[in-house]
Design a protein around this ligand. Structure first.
Ligand code: CP
Length: 303
């Protein structure tokens, strides 16, 4: 594997190696000196054409913890606003002797396009509604950390599946690791092809939660929504949001996840997001170790 474009292109042994490597980096980042000198010879550019808090900051932190040189770029403050193309933008950055590019873009396939046309390692930090591979990896890693293993666990992914690169990367990773996966949401937000990925569909949230060990509550992606077929936020919260009463009425204790950013009171209430059953901030913590592992393993191929 020369790039990380999607979980779809990985094998189970690739994920096992990433997790093993992340375990070692997790130890490093919990030490008083949180850095290793491994990537002193590597320069990474983070180029973000869409907004981000967690992914951008944790990639930057992961690179700094590995002692790489880092440059970060947000399209909104760049010459993209003067009409410069994606390829020109990246080739100009690479002319400054950059080895690796981490990119987020609103177009599905943007990372593949780069991997074909530029001479650098590419990491997809989210491309449209296609994939968000490091999120898929850190989510499965967080389930493994919490429950001991992913294989055999029942995971329901709830909400806006239609627009979700997080859902797709999670489905690919979870299925590869042997979990059972269900998706749950309004039928208007569940794409027709989803069952071909080996997942089942449940439109009743209570039934889905009674079935699962883990519920991953996705963000409703208002920015990608066609409001003519989307229930309003209040209606959504009533049918597909999780609140304390619903959580406590279930026959067993389940693990609650959310990739962030949260629409508090829509897909999840604050009481649930901040409860002892939530591992939302553990997901964020694990994001740094997972991204260190991915960057480290791809950098080995540059040398
Ligand atoms: N989970 C996630 O991708 O969050 P950001 O959009 O803040 O990076």
């Amino acid at each position: 594997v020369d790039h990380l474009l999607g979980i779809k292109y990985l094998q189970p042994q690739d994920i096992a190696l990433i997790f093993q490597t992340a375990d070692q980096f997790k130890e490093v980042i919990n030490r008083p000196i949180k850095k290793v000198p491994s990537l002193r010879d590597i320069t990474v550019a983070n180029i973000f054409f869409e907004n981000s808090t967690r992914t951008k900051l944790s990639f930057e932190l992961a690179q700094k913890r590995l002692s790489a040189d880092v440059i970060s770029f947000s399209a909104a403050q760049s010459s993209v606003k003067k009409g410069e193309t994606l390829l020109d933008t990246v080739n100009n950055i690479l002319a400054m002797k950059v080895d690796m590019v981490v990119m987020r873009h609103s177009y599905a396939g943007a990372a593949h396009f780069l991997a074909k046309h530029v001479n650098a390692r590419i990491i997809n930090a989210g491309d449209g509604a296609h994939e968000h591979p490091t999120q898929g990896l850190l989510d499965s890693y967080s389930i493994r950390e919490k429950l001991g293993e992913v294989g055999g666990k029942k995971v329901v992914i709830v909400g806006d599946i239609l627009h979700s690169r997080v859902a797709l990367s999670n489905i690919f990773a979870l299925k590869m690791l042997g979990a059972e996966v269900k998706v749950c949401g309004p039928s208007s937000l569940i794409p027709k092809f989803i069952e071909s990925l080996g997942v089942t569909v449940e439109t009743d949230l209570r039934k889905a939660l009674e079935w699962c060990d883990v519920a991953n509550m996705l963000r409703v992606q208002n920015e990608r929504m066609d409001f003519s077929y989307f229930p309003n936020s209040r209606e959504y919260a009533m049918r597909y949001g999780i609140n304390k009463e619903l959580l406590e009425s279930l026959s067993k204790e389940i693990v609650i996840m959310h990739p962030g950013p949260i629409n508090r009171g829509v897909e999840i209430t604050s009481e649930v997001a901040d409860s002892g059953q939530s591992i939302i901030l553990n997901q964020v913590e694990n994001g740094v170790a997972i991204r260190m592992a991915v960057i480290y393993l791809l950098a080995e191929k540059i040398r």
